[in-house]
Ligand binder design. Structure first.
Ligand code: TGC
Ligand code: FAD
Length: 397
């Protein structure tokens, strides 16, 4: 019989192609050598090192599934392996990357005109420009269909819309050069997507105050987008896509990335717990790894990682074959985020008092994983998306 590998219990590695494994290796080396040494400082000081996006761009990690524009054009599995490696270090680093790749480059690639793609995709892929994605508003999070930000013909600038409204909890907004913003077109009442360029906005029309003192995702930067009659050229609107389908199409990719990413965070938590439990001795000199209750916590985590990776792999292959249903993505986003949060919370106990020190990294993962369970559709919302597909009845309203 084959030997059981505790760090890949159901041998998910055997499902990846040579190219996918090479991409994973590139991402892993970068993350362990370049990101891990920075994360404690970033987390303590709530500071996002902007240059990370440039470094990721140089390695081809941004917009990795996009064909052309200097992007890597790899499979959704390879892209998932990148997010897994980044989030093995920190969910905030994965967040900054996911927004850039899936939520900014994604819609430009999928819905943009040729001019829009030529203008922004390559620079975003290189990390020379930073993007953010504004859907959530102070009064509308789980229910983005009710958003209040409006776009109307600009009263004094021919060929421009005027955008007004507020977005909140927006990853990357304080450092963004461009913002993909979803607003209701006054003429039709339909949601449309706009690309706003910071350097084209008159003072006071586009502000992105930072949201400080977060107790999770501190290694990423989060802010608002405040729009006060902000003039946006008509050619910066995505031409065809209308309604919630637009933002949700991008969210499908980002949510798939999160389903992979959180498994990386849980894998890191398990590895750190195992190392600690083998070293730490209590009661007659026994390593605490010898005790049944400690072993069960690690068994639960290992099982959920193995199942979560297999499910993410399956849904990614279906996506690339054009056979994915959004509810499949809801299922793995919800399940993997919930299991990652619950397991890291249990593993945290193995560290005893040391869990309180950030140098053991476990508390950081727990705080981050609460956020992953909340953004891009809180877990209960995804439960209702699946429930609707099972019963044919929506339970949101
Ligand atoms: P509903 O009637 O369900 O749908 C309206 C229209 O949208 C279409 N649609 C989808 N299309 C593609 N993929 C999906 N996943 C889709 N889900 C819905 C749907 O077919 C319909 O199209 P049409 O042609 O009929 O108009 O809309 P609803 O208003 O009932 O929505 C309910 C619900 C709960 C599903 C939805 O609003 C939801 O998912 N809420 C969660 C909100 C959310 O995920 N926000 C994310 C903000 S971005 C973010 O958090 C980034 S964090 C990133 C980081 O830092 O890493
Ligand atoms: P609410 O919608 O107020 O929900 C609160 C609770 O009520 C949840 O538990 C929810 O499940 C429950 N609930 C709501 N409605 C129902 C219902 N019908 N039935 C049952 N339960 C319900 N957004 C962006 O657009 N872009 C970003 O880049 C971005 N980045 C983020 C970064 C961070 C750090 C955070 C914390 C959030 C970010 N978000 C972003 C926002 C995120 O998507 C929202 O926080 C999330 O969608 C939940 O919305 P809400 O916070 O308004 O919660």
């Amino acid at each position: 019989p084959a030997k059981f590998q505790w760090d890949d219990s159901l041998n998910s590695q055997s499902l990846y192609t040579e190219e996918e494994l090479a991409v994973q290796e590139t991402a892993r080396s970068y993350c362990q050598e370049q990101l891990l040494p920075r994360v404690l400082d970033a987390y303590r000081n709530e500071h996002y090192h902007r240059e990370i996006l440039s470094e990721m761009g140089e390695l081809g990690l941004l917009g990795a599934t996009i064909q052309g524009y200097g992007c890597a054009g790899v499979s959704s599995v390879a892209s998932g392996l990148i997010t897994r490696e980044v989030e093995r270090v920190d969910s905030g680093y994965r967040s900054g990357m996911s927004v850039q790749s899936s939520l900014v480059m994604g819609p430009i690639d999928e819905f943009g005109t040729k001019e829009q793609k030529d203008r922004w995709l390559e620079k975003l892929g290189q990390g020379k420009l930073v993007g953010c994605f504004g859907l959530t508003e102070p009064n509308h999070g789980s229910d983005p269909g009710s958003l209040e930000t409006t776009a109307k013909p600009h009263p004094s600038k021919e060929g421009y819309y005027s955008l007004s409204g507020a977005k909140t909890w927006i990853t990357n907004s304080p450092i963004a050069d461009i913002a993909v913003v979803w607003a209701k077109l006054q003429e039709t009442g339909k949601i449309r997507g706009f690309v706003i360029e910071r350097d084209q906005c008159p003072p006071g029309t586009f502000e992105t105050p930072v949201l400080k003192n977060k107790n999770g995702l501190r290694a990423s930067v989060t802010g608002m987008i405040q729009l006060d009659e902000c003039p946006v050229p008509k050619e910066n609107m995505f031409p065809e896509i209308e309604g919630l389908k637009g933002p949700f199409a991008c969210l499908n990719s980002a949510r798939l990335g999160i389903a992979w990413g959180v498994m990386g965070a849980l894998e890191d938590a398990l590895e750190r717990t195992r190392n600690y439990a083998l070293e730490r001795k209590q009661f007659k000199g026994n390593p605490i790894a010898k005790y049944q209750l400690v072993q069960k916590k690690m068994t639960d985590a290992s099982t959920d990682i193995a199942y979560g990776l297999l499910a993410a792999h399956q849904v990614s292959r279906l996506k690339d074959d054009g056979k994915v249903a959004p509810e499949m993505i809801s299922m793995i986003k919800r399940q993997n985020c919930d299991r990652a949060l619950i397991n890291t919370r249990h593993l945290q106990e193995v560290f005893g008092g040391n869990a309180v020190s950030d140098e053991y990294h476990i508390g950081r993962h727990v705080s981050n994983l609460f956020v992953t369970q909340t953004y891009e559709g809180q877990s209960d919302i995804h439960a209702l998306v699946i429930g609707r597909a099972i019963t044919g009845m929506q339970a949101f309203v």
